[in-house]
Design a protein around this ligand. Structure first.
Ligand code: 5RP
Length: 215
């Protein structure tokens, strides 16, 4: 599958314009995009990064990493996903970077999502839905999610996000109304962010393959 990820990551370079500050996501597919970005680093003004992992990769290639507050609105955000439905709504957060990813997606004019074909699903929910929570609210949020959705929240034990929080992965969901569920789960006190990207879905999806498909 890494060949498909590479092809998707490299295709996303088509959307990078000279002088841009590029929003950069997290994960193994994005790693290929970062690698390709490194080859044109003199053409861009820098990057806003969604994780410590991506920041390290960008800096290692000599790409300047800018603070999101200083960078302001972005033209382009490139990121992967764990699942993608036909409406370009996503589940993200397999790499625990969902909150910063959501912030950059929201700040960006165009969100290009890069995936391998295995990520395409008719209905979101087969991949356990990540939810970032304030540590003291873990148990409360888990009870509320169970009551609201019927899904089984499982604590991703041992994982601490870049923001110092914890992750619940919600299993056994079939998400008929992603916008509704995202809105509802966002209301639970202690939820930092929900790995559903439905209110702000991707604008363009690149599915890796020979040749890559642009949706
Ligand atoms: C990280 C993410 C990633 O985009 C998602 O997990 C996909 O990762 P990969 O490209 O390694 O399959 O949401 O929080």
């Amino acid at each position: 599958m890494s060949e498909a990820k590479r092809l998707a990551g490299e295709k996303a370079i088509d959307y990078v314009q000279d002088g841009m500050i590029v929003g950069v996501g997290t994960g193994s597919t994005v790693a290929y995009f970062i690698e390709a970005l490194g080859r044109i680093r003199d053409r861009i003004a820098g990057a806003v990064s969604s994780s410590e992992q991506s920041t390290a990769r960008l800096l290692a290639l000599g790409i300047e990493v800018l603070d999101a507050n200083a960078a302001g609105p972005l033209k382009l955000y490139v990121d992967g996903a764990d699942e993608c439905d036909p409406h370009k709504r996503l589940i993200k957060g397999g790499g625990a970077a969902l909150t910063r990813e959501k912030i950059i997606a929201e700040a960006s004019e165009t969100f290009v999502c890069i995936v391998d074909p295995a990520k395409q699903v008719p209905v979101l929910g087969r991949f356990p839905l990540p939810v970032e929570v304030i540590p003291m609210a873990r148990s409360l949020v888990a009870r509320r999610i169970l009551a609201l959705t019927g899904g089984q929240p499982v604590w991703r034990d041992g994982v601490v996000t870049d923001n110092g929080n914890w992750i619940l992965d919600v299993h056994n969901l079939s998400i008929a109304d992603p916008v509704g569920m995202e809105t509802e789960l966002n209301q639970i006190p202690g939820v930092v962010s929900v790995g559903l990207f439905a209110r702000r879905a991707a604008d363009i999806v690149i599915v890796g393959g020979e040749p890559p498909r642009v949706l």
